[in-house]
Ligand binder design. Structure first.
Ligand SMILES: [Zn+2]
Ligand SMILES: [Zn+2]
Length: 152
């Protein structure tokens, strides 16, 4: 079932990704949500800009290597996953959404086939940043009905 040979690109329903040094490598089967840009304060600082995040079901992840995957428990509710060797920003999880894991879209091996569809917490983007006006923008969090993992 796992098509590990195709580790460089999306092949069928397998998406692959890794951190910059390659110590964290993973595969995801099935659908990924379209990309949402989160400009909230912790995402801005943690990524150095904003989080362009897609999302998938946790049960659909397979880690080829995760020895340096480290979690920053920002609050009791949310945590951010990164590589402790190279520092790549990788994942985000919310304990209120236990079945899904957000993934920084830039760590996926292209082509991802994903589209960027929404800016959230746009009021918290820094003043240097020019928001992409071609996509929808909200001041706060994702609408409740969009918090699900699927793109529709
Ligand atoms: Zn790394
Ligand atoms: Zn955020």
């Amino acid at each position: 079932m796992n098509k590990r040979k195709n580790s460089n690109q999306t092949a069928g329903n397998i998406t692959t990704g890794s951190c910059a040094c390659g110590n964290v490598r993973f595969q995801i089967t099935g659908e990924l949500r379209d990309v949402v840009n989160c400009h909230c304060d912790p995402c801005r600082r943690w990524t150095g800009h904003f989080m362009a995040g897609t999302s998938a079901q946790i049960e659909n992840f397979f880690f080829e290597s995760d020895s340096t995957l480290t979690w920053w428990e920002r609050t009791k509710e949310v945590k951010y996953g990164f590589c402790s060797n190279c520092g790549s920003s990788l994942f985000w999880e919310d304990r209120g959404r236990t079945e899904s894991r957000a993934i920084t879209a830039g760590v996926l091996d292209p082509p991802t086939g994903l589209k960027t569809v929404l800016n959230i917490f746009s009021n918290l983007a820094s003043d240097y940043h020019h928001l992409d006006e071609a996509i929808k923008t909200t001041l706060g969090d994702l609408p409740e009905d969009k918090k699900a993992d699927r793109s529709n």
